[in-house]
Design a protein around this ligand. Structure first.
Ligand code: ZN
Length: 277
């Protein structure tokens, strides 16, 4: 029988957070069986804990925010994607601020942290969630459907209308190996036309060409060049892998996503939970 996992030891990383622009530290610690992924705000009185579950999501505008009691954490999706793909079912994530460091804008540094911390089996059966009938969602130009499937697969289409380069399609079976090689290194991006508004909202203060690509007037601008010709769609798939772990279970199913974003990702995770838990 497949067992649950946690990390063997702890691992620490620090850096600038994307939205707040503040320096942030994040430590991954081993968790107990059946406790799931729990974020802990060690900078707040009583160190509130926030279980990473769809029912605790409070904001999905520019990332996935979770909250419980007075505690909250923004932009959890890249850390969650690394946990999901590496099948780390249980862990405590201690943070000294509201947002994980953005690092290079991808999930690769978090995946590497998990590898550094090591994986250990716990004496409890692995929890999978596998829809038996399709679930379809449509919201503001986004379409998402999940079909029954013995594996975790994603087909994804992006199109932002900035440049023909941002109309991208990619499909991948989400195993740990495929995630590490094909999705984890894909970095986040922003549309130039949104930047002014985001900055006015007090967001993306930590954004730079070191951790994000910019879509602008027919071009994709980034410092080190693209890591994949279709890096944008791969990053969107990475976000889906992260948001789907908000079910608290490893997912088996085939997702087809047209122009996805956090609102529909989280809605789909919630709909799967409602039907199958
Ligand atoms: Zn992302």
């Amino acid at each position: 029988m497949e067992k649950q996992h946690t990390t063997q030891k702890s691992a620490y990383v620090s850096g600038i957070a994307l939205h707040t622009g503040a320096r942030a530290g994040l430590r991954i610690l081993p968790g107990e069986a059946n406790t799931g992924i729990i974020f802990r705000r060690i900078d707040m009185p009583d160190q509130p804990e926030i279980p990473a579950l769809a029912q605790n999501v409070t904001d999905v505008r520019r990332g996935t925010t979770i909250a419980c009691g007075k505690g909250f954490v923004v932009t959890v999706e890249h850390v969650m994607a690394a946990f999901h793909a590496a099948q780390i079912d249980n862990a405590v994530v201690e943070m000294d601020g509201p947002e994980p460091p953005i690092l290079d804008g991808s999930a690769l540094p978090y995946y590497e942290m998990i590898i550094e911390a090591g994986k250990t089996e716990l004496d409890a059966p692995a929890r999978y969630i596998a829809p038996k009938t399709p679930i379809f969602l449509e919201f503001r130009g986004t379409k998402m459907v999940i079909f029954p499937c013995e594996e975790f697969k994603i087909d994804c289409i992006t199109s932002f209308g900035e440049t023909i380069l941002d109309t991208q399609y990619y499909e991948q079976t989400i195993t740990e190996e495929n995630f590490a090689r094909e999705l984890a290194p894909a970095r986040t991006f922003v549309q130039f036309r949104d930047l002014k508004q985001l900055l006015a909202m007090g967001l993306v203060k930590g954004g730079s060409l070191d951790n994000a690509a910019i879509l602008h007037e027919g071009a994709i601008i980034c410092k080190e060049g693209l890591r994949y010709p279709n890096e944008i769609v791969r990053h969107k798939m990475l976000d889906i892998v992260g948001d789907m772990f908000l079910t608290g279970c490893r997912l088996k199913g085939h997702i087809i996503a047209v122009k996805p974003g956090h609102p529909t990702n989280v809605q789909l995770a919630g709909a799967i939970l409602k039907q199958y838990c």
